[in-house]
Design a binder for this molecule. Structure first.
Ligand SMILES: [Zn+2]
Length: 488
């Protein structure tokens, strides 16, 4: 009895501590403000985006003629923008547009987007990827979300603000690269160098990235407006297993392909460690305040419950990618004839590095995972291929006037959504700008259901006209708020 009452007291105290911890969290979500809306002519705006989607600017091919056609199209679609802003074209196809503010001492707002797309497999789409079809309120086509939707929404918003006679105090710069999907060296890197040479220090850099996500894998009813404040690193490695080749009629017990299969099994069985730290920790700090009970109790007391939370995040691919370095085998090769043993078999593995893992640490992890394949160890090599982890993004500051302006504009235009910083699991052009600013944020003002994320780089990419109009309103609001702000 005595024991029972002690346990009850202890349990009550624990619950009280947990509840107090949860209560201490106050919402970071500011109230929406009255905003000056622009009047978007939906049909015409949708048609201009649809026309851009008809041009196959797939940067993995040689799309020079298509880029030329697209540049010409943009000039006719938004003539006032090209008349009133200055234009510099870099490596012919990238566009840098400058809208000079009345206060040249204020640092400019830099809006990024990209003009190229990934390829599209025409067969598997419900609507042709370069049709620009408009069906049931959706605009279809490769690039609708990634990233011509942003390019066109930014151009619409500037064009509408110009028509209103608006002039910003702070300069606004639009930077559209043309090779983001193949690394951004000709586009974003060249633009960033150009701006550095011109001694431009942006007030804020906003690129594609997070979205307004409906039904996120967290216990929150509201949509989440996620702003990428850091990107994961990117490292590809090639693992090769070697063996004596020969005729397949008298095969040895161990062959290059069997060895490689073992390597893959070992690596699959050795995931990188997971933890809630860094950007994930920040995200849950922001979100926990607005969670419902009892989840709020759980997320506000991560010191106690993180194993439970990690377990639940691991169940979704998106949640898993937030908390650890991921391992994705993407290319296999071995053999050229059905009756010949190949001397080598290899796999390319794409790693997305969590900020806590360096490229060296990741390689060491892979070596450790296969170290017990003793006999064959000498026949296995691990070779880094494509390492852009050196250009890994740094943490963007969350405590400054520009970030406040950004979150306020998100709140104004997506009043139903909760805003939170997050770790972007893909890479974007923004990494090329990190020498210019520590205020780099990644947010595309588009609504997407979690099941629709696969349309980005996948089949059936499309954006609803409603979402597109919201994006235009968002950029107009952000440009106005930034253009009017004199706080540095
Ligand atoms: Zn993109």
């Amino acid at each position: 009895m005595k024991w029972l009452s002690r346990a009850t007291v202890a349990l009550s105290i624990l619950l009280l501590v947990l509840a107090i911890q949860a209560l201490r969290l106050t919402s970071q979500q500011p109230e929406p403000e009255d905003i000056n809306r622009v009047t978007v002519k939906r049909d015409q705006a949708a048609a201009r985006l649809a026309n851009m989607l008809k041009i196959p600017t797939d940067s993995s091919k040689d799309p020079a003629q298509h880029f030329r056609r697209q540049t010409a199209l943009m000039r006719t679609a938004w003539p006032s923008v090209y008349q009133q802003l200055s234009l510099v074209q870099l490596n012919e196809h990238s566009q840098l547009l400058g809208w000079r503010g009345t206060e040249p001492t204020l640092r400019p707002l830099l809006l990024l987007a990209h003009l190229d797309t990934v390829p599209a497999d025409q067969q598997s789409w419900q609507q042709q990827p370069y049709s620009g079809a408009q069906i049931d309120g959706d605009i279809w086509g490769r690039g609708a979300l990634d990233d011509k939707g942003s390019v066109a929404a930014i151009m619409e918003s500037v064009s509408l603000l110009l028509a209103q006679g608006y002039t910003p105090q702070r300069s606004i710069i639009l930077a559209f690269g043309h090779d983001e999907e193949v690394g951004g060296e000709q586009g974003a890197a060249a633009i960033s160098q150009y701006l550095a040479d011109a001694k431009v220090q942006p007030w804020m850099v906003l690129d594609e990235g997070g979205l307004v996500l409906h039904e996120a894998p967290f216990p929150i009813d509201q949509p989440l407006a996620l702003v990428g404040t850091k990107e994961k690193g990117y490292l590809s490695v090639k693992i090769t297993a070697s063996a004596t080749g020969g005729h397949s009629s008298m095969p040895p017990k161990q062959t290059a392909i069997f060895t490689l299969a073992e390597v893959l099994q070992r690596i699959q069985a050795a995931p990188f460690p997971a933890a809630i730290d860094g950007p994930a920790e920040q995200m849950f700090d922001w979100l926990a305040a607005d969670m419902r009970w009892p989840e709020k109790l759980l997320f506000a007391n991560r010191w106690l419950f993180s194993p439970l939370i990690i377990h639940s995040l691991e169940r979704s691919d998106g949640g898993n990618a937030l908390i650890r370095t991921t391992i994705a085998p993407t290319m296999l090769s071995a053999g050229s004839k059905d009756n010949v043993l190949p001397e080598t078999a290899s796999v390319v593995i794409n790693l997305r590095l969590h900020p806590r893992d360096s490229a060296e640490a990741a390689l060491a992890h892979l070596h450790a995972a296969i170290s017990d394949l003793d006999d064959n160890a000498s026949a296995i090599t691990i070779e880094p291929l494509h390492d852009i982890s050196g250009k890994r993004s740094s943490d963007s500051s969350l405590d400054n006037v520009a970030f406040n302006a950004l979150t306020q504009s998100i709140r104004n235009n997506f009043p139903d959504a909760l805003v939170a910083p997050y770790l972007m699991v893909a890479t974007s052009d923004s990494r090329h700008y990190r020498s210019l600013s520590d205020r780099i944020y990644r947010f595309s003002p588009m609504r997407l259901h979690i099941d629709d994320l696969s349309r980005i780089h996948g089949r059936n990419e499309r954006i609803s006209v409603d979402s597109y109009v919201e994006a235009i309103q968002f950029y107009a609001d952000l440009i106005r708020a930034s253009g009017n702000s004199t706080a540095e």
